[in-house]
Design a protein around this ligand. Structure first.
Ligand SMILES: Cc1cc2nc3c(=O)[nH]c(=O)nc-3n(C[C@H](O)[C@H](O)[C@H](O)COP(=O)(O)OP(=O)(O)OC[C@H]3O[C@@H](n4cnc5c(N)ncnc54)[C@H](O)[C@@H]3O)c2cc1C
Length: 282
């Protein structure tokens, strides 16, 4: 028998269904979920569409100046939003580099990070941008740092019955954000990605994607890069550090060795792009 489709008009109603029906699963754009159902990788008894839940829609500026991206915001919207400026541009560029226009027109930020595919583009960008993920269940709401949200291969900090409502990003100030992606062809998943956020004071936060079960970040690398993006030796040292911290595997896209080799090279490219961006703001 097929799954029942429910389209709740409120968050409370969606959470109630997810808690009371053990086989229920949330549906965002269906970009991955439909394929997973067709392949019988998942067999929900009830599909809970989130498309009418008001709290999950759109991008807004909070009174505090921070940026809130609703979980149902599609990649095409995130990719074009000018409020994702300064260091937050890493998130905008990550969204723009996802797949192709048809996928970006359907896939959502919430659906992408719920899957927690290590090769996906948002995870590293959200870690670099110091995002916090807002989760809700019938028991209440909580905020989880992006760095703690991605726990393992396809595993997040979400508990059963929890959903992602929104992603919160710090106030977009001065500075620059960069997302560099190495892929076999335009639109493919990453072989290696580098997300870099530089604040107005020159403080750098870097995260590497597709080179381990979760994004790779290292405080020592950030410290080396801070106010030193124009120092090739420091960039090289940071690249070596991140390559050593990575835990890549061989897959159809590339070998683990190739990924490790490319981390410092992509980091140099990101540093150069950030340096040019920063220089442009002086
Ligand atoms: C051909 C193709 C190419 C792709 N290429 C890339 C790429 O290059 N880079 C990249 O990053 N991604 C890529 N993707 C993934 C894509 O970007 C989507 O983000 C991803 O498929 C999730 O789709 P969706 O948002 O429609 O979520 P769905 O498919 O609807 O849901 C995915 C999962 O998330 C759960 N879920 C959805 N929303 C929530 C929520 N708010 N709270 C909790 N759980 C939730 C669902 O229950 C389901 O388990 C690609 C996908 C396809 C089909």
């Amino acid at each position: 028998m097929g799954a029942a489709l429910r389209i709740p008009a409120s968050l409370a109603e969606a959470l109630d269904i997810l808690r009371s029906e053990p086989g229920a699963m949330p549906l965002a754009g269906g970009a991955s979920m439909v394929a997973m159902m067709n392949a019988r990788l998942i067999e929900p008894t009830t599909i809970v569409s989130l498309r009418r839940v008001p709290e999950m829609q759109g991008i807004s500026l909070e009174p505090s100046g921070s940026v809130r991206i609703g979980a149902m915001t599609r990649h095409c919207e995130t990719a074009l939003d000018p409020r994702l400026a300064g260091p937050l541009a890493t998130v905008r560029q990550a969204a723009a580099s996802i797949a192709s226009p048809p996928v970006r027109n359907v896939g959502t930020l919430g659906g992408s990070i719920a899957l927690s595919d290590p090769a996906a583009d948002y995870p590293a960008a959200l870690v670099a941008a110091r995002a916090r993920i807002e989760l809700a269940s019938v028991d209440g709401r909580r905020l989880v740092d992006a760095a703690a949200f991605f726990v393992d291969w396809y595993t997040t900090a979400m508990e059963p019955g929890e959903v992602i409502i929104a992603i919160h990003l710090p106030r977009p100030g001065q500075g620059v954000g960069v997302y560099e992606k190495l892929a076999r062809t335009a639109g493919d998943f990453a072989i290696v990605s580098v997300a870099m956020a530089v604040d107005g004071a020159g403080s750098v936060r870097v995260a590497i994607g597709a080179c381990g079960p979760t994004p790779i970040a290292a405080d020592e690398a950030d410290a080396l890069l801070t106010s030193a993006l124009d120092d090739p030796l420091r960039v090289q040292q940071a690249g070596a550090l991140l390559a050593a911290a990575a835990d890549p595997t061989d897959d159809v896209r590339a070998s683990a060795d190739y990924r490790r080799l490319m981390i410092p090279r992509l980091l140099s490219r990101a540093a150069e792009a950030a340096r040019r961006g920063t220089a442009g703001q002086r």
